[in-house]
Unconditional design. Structure first.
Length: 362
């Protein structure tokens, strides 16, 4: 349903199929159908992929970033949840080609959509009829950190695949945030003969000039760890979804110089990141507390300079004048290719932004 909603909202099915076929799954065939259920029109997507041979990890490695990292993370979360819930080892949990392709397609569609943040309100899981656990054990594990509620209909309404996508791509929210609505996509599921519309809607819009959300701060002080390991810890934390990672010099008991490790975790990733810090450092414990933050509106912008193309971010709102921050890595690349002073390249990108209409209409 996620995939259908994103395609219905505007993601090109041809571009999506081409991306997947060229980089990971050459035998994929995607079929799009416009369906009607309970008086509501929706997009239903069928993915046809042969099961005759297992998709290899190298195939997923050909996916572009950040699609590849997110697909691998979603599959890892799914397998771990299924393993823990069933009492099996990770290696004993099978993943069908269908599951791999459905998750890869949904993540790729999200990337193509250009959506910057995906917010998910309360998830209705269905309720048990006495014959099965609702929500399923794997779904329960995957949706930790998200608001769930029983009902409104019997049976499992959330699959483990769908829950893995929510954990990887989304952030929880209390209710739909205030926004200027730009589009709506409706995706249809494959449940038949049910008394409710088996559909999912995606609302796409521009958030207000200032939005608020909650994140978790994970902290610990360390005075007995090799310097090389801090770099690995930071890389692993960012790969696991951290919003930011900071190392601050501090003095600890007995006047020992140490390092305060601070990891900023989005909602839904705090448990994984807390365990990562415990696993990948010498600390024996971490502190975790939720904080509220304010976020300005932002937009990815690309500008053309006499030295080359530079990406960056424009931010504004809440009384803050519009400003532009060039992407440092782009400017550094141009500096190394041309030998021009880095400060000159940064200034050129700033001038190009100010004189262009790159962010017109905002």
């Amino acid at each position: 349903m996620v995939l259908g909603a994103l395609v219905d909202q505007g993601v090109s099915a041809d571009d999506l199929e081409s991306l997947l076929r060229s980089s990971a799954i050459p035998d994929l065939r995607m079929e799009c159908r416009r369906v009607e259920n309970h008086g509501i029109a929706a997009m239903q997507i069928f993915l046809h992929v042969p099961e005759r041979e297992k998709l290899s990890d190298s195939a997923l490695g050909n996916l572009p970033e950040p699609v590849r990292t997110r697909v691998v993370q979603a599959l890892k979360d799914l397998v771990e949840a299924e393993a823990v819930s069933s009492g099996k080892t990770i290696s004993a949990v099978p993943l069908s080609n269908r599951t791999i392709v459905e998750i890869a397609a949904a993540v790729a569609a999200f990337d193509l959509s250009g959506i910057e943040r995906l917010l998910v309100s309360e998830v209705r899981t269905g309720h048990s009829n006495g014959l099965e656990l609702v929500p399923g054990p794997a779904v329960t594990r995957l949706l930790q950190g998200f608001r769930i509620a029983a009902g409104p209909y019997g049976g499992n309404l959330v699959t483990a695949d769908g829950a893995a996508l929510v954990k990887t791509l989304a952030e929880p929210c209390e209710r739909m945030p205030s926004m200027e609505l730009a589009g709506v996509g409706v995706g249809a599921g494959d449940l038949e003969d049910v008394v409710f519309p088996n559909m999912l809607r995606v609302f796409v819009g521009t958030a207000d000039s200032e939005t608020a959300d909650e994140v978790t701060v994970i902290e610990t002080q360390i005075d007995d760890m090799s310097a090389e390991l801090f770099g690995v810890l930071m890389e692993d934390a960012f790969r696991a979804g951290a919003l930011d990672v900071m190392f601050t010099p501090v003095y600890m008991k007995k006047n020992r110089p140490g390092t305060l490790v601070t990891v900023l975790a989005p909602a839904g990733r705090e448990e994984d990141l807390g365990r990562l810090v415990l696993r990948e450092s010498t600390t024996v414990g971490v502190r975790m507390h939720r904080v509220e933050r304010r976020i300005l509106r932002r937009k990815e912008v690309t500008v053309q300079t006499s030295f080359g193309t530079v990406r960056g971010k424009a931010v504004w709102g809440a009384g803050v004048e519009r400003r532009f921050k060039p992407e440092y890595e782009d400017c550094l690349r141009i500096h190394r290719e041309t030998g021009k002073p880095l400060l000159e390249i940064l200034a050129a990108a700033q001038r190009a932004y100010e004189s262009s209409n790159a962010d017109s209409g905002e």
